[in-house]
Design a protein around this ligand. Sequence first.
Ligand SMILES: [Mn+2]
Length: 356
Amino acid sequence: MLPQRPRSSTSLAAFVITCEEEPTTGARLSFDQLTAYLQGHDDYLILSHSDPDGDAVGSELGLLWVLRALGKQAFILNSDACPLKLRVFDPDGDLHSLEDGDPVPPELGQKILILIDTSDFQHTRRAREVLLPFGREVIIIDHHTPPSQLPCPAYIDDTAAASSQIVFLLAEAFRLTPDLAAANALFMGIVYDTGSFIYPKTTPVTFRAAQQLVEWGVSPKDIHSALFETIDPARMRLLARVQSSLKLVHDDRTALQIMTYGMIEETGAAPEDAENFINYPLKCSTILVSVFLKEVKPGFFRCSLRSKGTVDVSGLALSHGGGGHRTASGFPCPALPLAELEGHLLQSVLDLYPKD
Ligand SMILES: [Mn+2]
């Protein structure tokens, strides 16, 4: 472990003034500024976006381990509970959530809140009202394309394949060797966000992280099994129902699947069981964009988009109040009858293709 810097009582704003000289509330921190800041402060509350996914969970658990290894007080409190299948990565039950009834700490005002894997307070659901306004400071660690105005100081590496990859680099910078549970969490987050090392942001750094994590004891097969070989029969039935809705349109360039709330009820599956269904149509050679309309609550649809990369689907999501990357994005749908919604979305996707 590196020698600890003396604990600083300066606020992040002052810290940023020292380092950057042009402070704004949304200043971008360099990696060195981030490591110095984490070393120089104490008492952290880590949180991530709503519907925490593999990378949210992996990066939070990894960061928790890193901060505690630095001798800091830290804990995790998300808005939403950890999805069941990811709980195996949290053997000590560190993923607390407001949804599970875990309390807001009374000394919240002394804590530094670290929001990881999103730069958007809107994506934190209840935390936006009950946590984020009341911490001592909030900083962001993220790998998504940042909004034009950041809500607070942020370390953002949008070339990183996963937030878990950033946390790996933090562990490495602090010369820490995570224990097996933390290493498993980080490897899982990277596998999750890279689609098992194939998405465009998978780089040599990603493989270096993976190599080191395997050297620290991670079994790729165990991570794969825990993530991808856990489908229960209800989910298999839901998959069959959703795939029966599959349509190929726009000269077979666009795939559309629809999951109604009725399908969820009939199969006894949960909405999150539909995760990854969107990727299936990308196996088709001509498909450039896969669209998945999900009725996650009765009458409430979300749209997810996946692109093989030739078309950028982030703008369409942003213009509907959502977010994401060039190849993966999503947004809440406007309240329209399903047929109208489908027509509107397909036209919006068609507009993304170059006109010839
Ligand atoms: Mn991520």
